[in-house]
Design a binder for this molecule. Structure first.
Ligand code: PRP
Length: 210
């Protein structure tokens, strides 16, 4: 498992505002999107490209374009939806699949309530989006979904993670290679399964309590 923590003052600045309990929902939503765009820059460092010959006004030259099959972006509902636009802005030709997952508030076990993904992912580069990696249960379930369908190239982008959650993901992967790009690794997981200091419940702060 490769873990990359974005070390950039703009990421830390935006994260600080995001963490602040006084930040209202509209600003929170905007910041999640902006943070995603910054993290997408890191997360797509290995996006597959192919050579493309073009003619400038001066000469013929070779550049690149995003290779086929196009990358598959998989936001984990609800909170991951807040990150989707930030990613799609950078990779507009990507396709999008969806996974809906919710944690049981007592057991902290995730259940999957929605799934809309291609059956065969054997050739696809997948990018999973979820702002929070707390116990790691949701990300493990999401990654397993993709690996079971043949994906071999998975990058997860999360805004915050706990050391406990990262360890759990690493253990669950049994050596299979996955990249995790993060805005920050926080101090710990508390007894209620929340990230400390964290930012609270990202889904609720984005979309309200349901
Ligand atoms: C939150 C968060 C992650 C998950 C992280 O979602 O967005 O998906 O919990 O926790 P874990 O690492 O312990 O699994 P939640 O279940 O609250 O659903 P929501 O996005 O609909 O609010």
């Amino acid at each position: 498992m490769r873990v990359h923590v974005a070390d950039h003052p703009l990421v830390t600045h935006k994260l600080t505002v995001l963490r602040d309990e006084n930040t209202p929902s509209p600003i929170f939503r905007q910041l999640v999107e902006e943070l995603m765009t910054l993290l997408a820059y890191e997360g797509t460092r290995n996006v597959r490209v192919e050579p493309l010959e073009i003619r400038t006004p001066v000469a013929v030259t070779t550049g690149v374009r995003i290779a086929d099959p196009k990358p598959l972006i998989v936001p984990i509902l609800r909170a991951g939806l807040g990150m989707l636009e930030g990613m799609v802005k950078l990779v507009p030709t990507a396709e999008v699949g969806f996974l809906g997952m919710a944690r049981n508030e007592e057991t902290l076990e995730p259940t999957t309530y929605a799934e809309r993904l291609p059956d065969d992912l054997s050739d696809r580069q997948c990018f999973v989006l979820d702002p929070m990696l707390a116990t790691g249960g949701s990300l493990i379930a999401a990654i397993n979904y993709l690996l079971d369908r043949g994906a071999t190239d998975v990058t997860a982008v999360c805004i915050l993670a706990t050391p406990e959650g990262l360890e759990a993901v690493e253990k669950a992967l049994h050596g299979r290679e996955v990249t995790i790009v993060l805005g920050a690794v926080d101090e710990r997981l508390n007894e209620h399964g929340f990230i400390v200091p964290g930012l609270g419940d990202a889904g609720d702060r984005l979309y309200g309590t349901v």
